[in-house]
Write a protein that binds this ligand. Structure first.
Ligand SMILES: [Zn+2]
Length: 511
């Protein structure tokens, strides 16, 4: 007999999320150490000495996987409105006035996202951590927050070595030369230095506690030099890790690709041999039919972020077409400055709703069951971890959430997945288990004093708002008319390659 601690989750309504969508009206989940040992009616009967959670009034589900998040935006919830991506980026990531925060602030900013995640039943976050500018030690502090919160975190090292003047269309003819000179004079981290930073984080953190992994992330193909893209492909293969990259989020990116390379971004990535099961493209809104076929043929993932796509007016990811083509689709909230939350249940609701307008053919609509799969196995697969997490099956890591069946939104319990998508909120999440460890029980975080942590986070976030935001706004203001001019010019361009996302309300029109 193993000496590992045994936990029995007794008599729950279990949604396993496995390939057959196996469900049990009443079953036990037996956890040994950090893995699920058995699931079934009375599977935990007679296990002397086991810790038991009475789940008779609970729905047990696999922990949710938030496949795209930027915790570095944690102090900017609710800060912006009515801005498309490029004008928004100028405000949230201003080239002038970008705030350099303390290590403590980095820790607390990520902790905010971590606590919101736990409270929403998220057990794995894929945090696309934008680290520049910032010290390696400050980034360590952010990763430490996940370690302390008990979450499973796949944290990217986000890489880009093409400057603002070369990754956006027209700006060299729009931005006045003196401001261009100032932009060129800003400190810039070289390709070699960035790759060294990736190596440093990989060596320090990858595999830590069995919960932390480091992922390589070309910020966007237009922001990376060919040499960097080639090296990213080589490293991902050599280290057996995923590649995570923002791709075709906006029309402007599609326009830029055509002007720059004479092809779509997906075709451009294909030229570097980067299309493979390792690759997760984030957003994938302005895809051509050929792009979708290429992604499917190469086993790639698209990470769908409905809240952020709605907020920034980016367009609608062709989720049904992707699923029908056989592309893996994962679900993310995106950053806290665009979706304004790390609550993946809100993203599940949005994704279950927004693909219904746009076509009268309701056989084409995306269902709650489709979205639940994206938020569990789809996310696991996006991080090459589908054998470890994403469903409740014996042998897998014990990442389990229990939702209160007595929550108003579960009354009555017609179908747990539909109730989750349409009627319950994260208030129903009562217990969260990650890697076999209870990190929240009966809505109380068990791994630290939440009230004290909230006080620290709040103090730091309010100080950020008072002391840092004015300089960010002033910095953005200097470039705002030029970025706006660029945006409108790109918006007016025609796209002969056929990039044409469905638009809400467009009804059967595909362009
Ligand atoms: Zn993003």
């Amino acid at each position: 007999m193993s000496a590992e601690p045994v936990l029995v989750i007794k008599d729950g309504c279990v949604v396993t999320g496995d390939a057959k969508d196996t469900r049990h009206d009443r079953a036990d989940i037996v956890v040994r150490g950090n893995r699920i040992a058995a699931i079934g009616p009375d599977a935990g009967a007679g296990l002397a000495g086991a810790e038991t959670i009475d789940a008779a009034d609970a729905v047990a589900m696999p922990g949710l996987v938030n496949a795209h998040l930027h915790s570095n935006e944690g102090f900017e919830q609710g800060a912006y409105d009515n801005l498309p991506l490029e004008p928004w980026l100028l405000q949230s990531y201003p080239p002038f006035g970008f705030p350099l925060l303390s290590e403590e602030d980095y820790y607390l900013r990520t902790m905010l996202a971590a606590v919101e995640s736990i409270r929403a039943g998220v057990t794995t976050v894929q945090d696309d951590y934008v680290h520049l500018p910032g010290t390696p030690e400050a980034q360590d502090a952010a990763i430490q927050a996940y370690l302390d919160a008990g979450l499973r975190a796949w944290v990217t090292v986000d890489l880009w070595d093409v400057g603002l003047l070369d990754c956006l269309p027209y700006v060299r003819s729009i931005i006045p030369q003196p401001i261009q000179d100032e932009i060129l004079a800003l400190p810039f981290t070289s390709t070699a230095e960035q790759l060294a930073l990736f190596q440093r984080h990989f060596e320090k953190w990858h595999g830590r506690d069995g919960r932390i992994r480091i992922v390589i992330a070309p910020c966007g193909p237009q922001r990376c030099s060919p040499a960097m893209l080639r090296e990213i492909g080589r490293l991902a293969e050599a280290l057996d890790i995923p590649i995570h990259s923002h791709t075709l989020e906006t029309k402007l990116q599609a326009v830029h690709a055509r002007a720059q390379w004479g092809k779509s971004v997906v075709e451009y990535l294909d030229g570097f041999g980067l299309l493979s099961p390792r690759l997760a493209i984030v957003h994938g809104i302005w895809l051509t039919e050929r792009d979708i076929a290429l992604l499917a043929a190469n086993g790639c993932t698209v990470v769908h972020n409905p809240l952020s796509n709605l907020k920034l007016g980016s367009g609608l990811c062709p989720v049904r077409k992707l699923l029908d083509a056989g592309v893996n689709v994962a679900l993310g909230t995106d950053g806290l400055a665009t979706s304004d939350t790390a609550d993946l249940i809100e993203a599940i609701r949005a994704a279950s709703l927004i693909h219904k307008p746009g076509t009268h053919d309701y056989a084409q609509w995306v269902s709650a069951a489709d979205v639940f799969r994206m938020a569990t196995m789809g996310g696991a697969r996006s991080g090459l971890m589908e054998r470890e997490v994403g469903s409740l099956e014996p042998g897998k890591k014990a990442d389990i959430i229990l939702l209160d069946r007595g929550a108003w939104g579960f009354i009555p319990l017609h179908d747990p997945v539909r109730n989750l998508a349409f009627s319950v909120t994260s208030e129903a999440v009562e217990t969260v288990i990650v890697d076999g460890r209870i990190v929240m029980r009966d809505r109380e975080i068990t791994v630290f004093d939440e009230a004290a942590m909230r006080g620290r986070v709040r103090e730091a976030a309010e100080r950020f708002r008072r002391e840092r935001v004015p300089a960010m706004r002033a910095g953005a203001q200097r470039l705002e008319p030029h970025i706006r001019a660029m945006y409108y010019r790109a918006a007016a361009e025609a796209l002969p390659l056929g990039e044409a996302p469905r638009r809400i309300g467009a009804n059967q029109r595909q362009s």
